[in-house]
Structures are given as C-alpha cells and as structure tokens.
Design a protein around this ligand. Structure first.
Ligand code: ATP
Length: 132
C-alpha cells in the first residue's frame, strides 16, 4: 500500500511489534529521527527514550533502552536492548524504579555507581512517558 511501510521492533526475548505504519519517530543517539515511506537506507544507534509511530492515523508509543535502527527497502527494523509497548508497561514498577534511582543519586556516596543510577532513571522516565 502506498504511504505505509513495515515497522518491526525486536527485543532480546522476541518480537515486540510488526506493523504497517505511516510514520515513526525514534530517539536517536544524537536526537530524534523521523522516518516517512521511501526513506533512504540508514543505520542509526538509538538512545533511551520513547518511539512514537503512526498507524492508521493514530500515534502509539514504545519505550526503548537503546539499540539500533535499520531502514532499507521500505522496512524499518529496531533492534532494542529492551522494548515495551505502552500497554505492556507496568507503571508501578517504573515509578518504583524511578524513585530508587532518584534516591541513589540524591544520597550518593563514593561507592555509588552514578552512571548506572542515571541510566536506570532514564529508563524509568521513558517508560512513564510512554504510558502518559
Ligand atoms: P527494574 O529495576 O524495574 O527491573 P530496569 O530498568 O532495571 O527496571 P531493565 O533491565 O531495563 O529493567 O529490563 C528488564 C526486563 O524487564 C526487560 O525485559 C524489560 O522489557 C522489562 N521491564 C522493565 N521495566 C518494566 C516495566 N515497568 N514494565 C514492563 N516491563 C518492564
């Protein structure tokens, strides 16, 4: 069908999405990347954030924590470290992870792994944003 392309999201434990969509915006390592039909071939590294894709005119969200995107022959594949559709996100778990990470950052000691706490916080915020 003109005006759509295949959008595939895969995480280590299996396929998360396989859809015909009109548009996607992904969190690239250096900013957001939007993909329309017939996009030129591309490989990009992804950061922690929210994917927004448009299917039948409706925008849906997926939280991801880094990975890669390949665009080729009207097919977009995201290989994500973790990926959850909004409907599969446990919001209480994400809120608890956010609080834990914030507490670690606030009460840091020389033994605190700041980088680990910061990425845990980013993952939790992405999950909360994907649901909102
Ligand atoms: P937590 O501390 O709650 O485990 P985390 O950010 O450390 O969060 P990850 O290591 O990123 O968790 O993910 C581990 C697995 O759990 C992945 O399969 C991921 O998709 C899933 N996952 C993590 N948080 C959630 C959530 N809030 N809702 C649904 N699935 C989640």
């Amino acid at each position: 069908m003109a005006g759509t392309y295949v959008f595939n999201v895969v995480a280590p434990d299996g396929q998360v999405l396989n859809k015909e969509i009109e548009f996607v915006v992904v969190p690239g390592e250096n900013g957001e990347i939007g993909v329309l039909p017939n996009h030129a071939p591309l490989i990009a590294g992804l950061g922690i954030g929210v994917i927004r894709y448009t299917e039948n005119g409706k925008v849906n969200k997926v939280a991801i924590s880094g990975g890669f995107m390949e665009v080729i022959h009207n097919k977009v594949t995201v290989l994500a470290n973790t990926a959850e559709t909004a409907g599969n996100i446990n919001i209480q778990r994400a809120e608890a992870a956010k609080e834990r990470a914030e507490k670690r950052l606030k009460e840091w000691t020389p033994d605190t792994d700041l980088a680990r706490a910061e990425v845990a916080l980013k993952r939790a915020i992405a999950r909360i944003k994907a649901v909102s």
